[in-house]
Design a binder for this molecule. Structure first.
Ligand code: ZN
Length: 147
């Protein structure tokens, strides 16, 4: 798949088998390059990390940008780059504050061992959506591990 902006081909995509908690195996696409689907060209274009970092996505409207920043944040988390994930999640929250967005950022901060900040964000997420499953679950974990 090629990047919409620079036409660079995404490299090193392979699948890997992962075991889920209930013992099933799922095929997960593994790619060394961090990239997300282009919301304007969902049939096969991507936005590569370097174009994203250069701010080339600024032409998108707010709801697409929200999606792009969120997806990059999640990709960075999966790629074990929580510092970059934090920046992306904060960009998303500047566009719109949602319970999901707050929980994503909290998850990222807790990977960075910033558990007090994470806890406060989970509480904010629960203020917006008292049934937010991830926020409720992760907050309980933090409170159990870091009293
Ligand atoms: Zn690109």
């Amino acid at each position: 798949m090629k990047c919409t902006f620079c036409e660079r081909e995404e490299k090193n995509t392979a699948t890997e088998l992962w075991a889920t908690d209930d013992g099933q195996s799922v095929e997960v696409a593994r790619s060394r390059d961090v990239s997300v689907e282009d919301p304007w060209n969902p049939d096969g274009k991507i936005i590569c990390e370097s174009c994203y970092q250069q701010g080339r996505v600024s032409r998108y409207n707010a709801s697409d940008l929200l999606e792009i920043h969120t997806q990059f944040g999640l990709e960075y988390l999966h790629a074990d780059q929580p510092e970059k994930a934090e920046t992306a999640f904060r960009e998303a929250l500047q566009i719109k504050t949602t319970a999901d967005g707050l929980a994503n950022l909290a998850c990222c901060l807790s990977k960075l061992d910033r558990n007090t900040e994470a806890k406060n964000l989970y509480l904010l997420a629960l203020d917006m959506d008292k049934d937010h499953f991830i926020a409720r679950n992760n907050l309980a974990n933090i409170q159990r591990l870091h009293r």
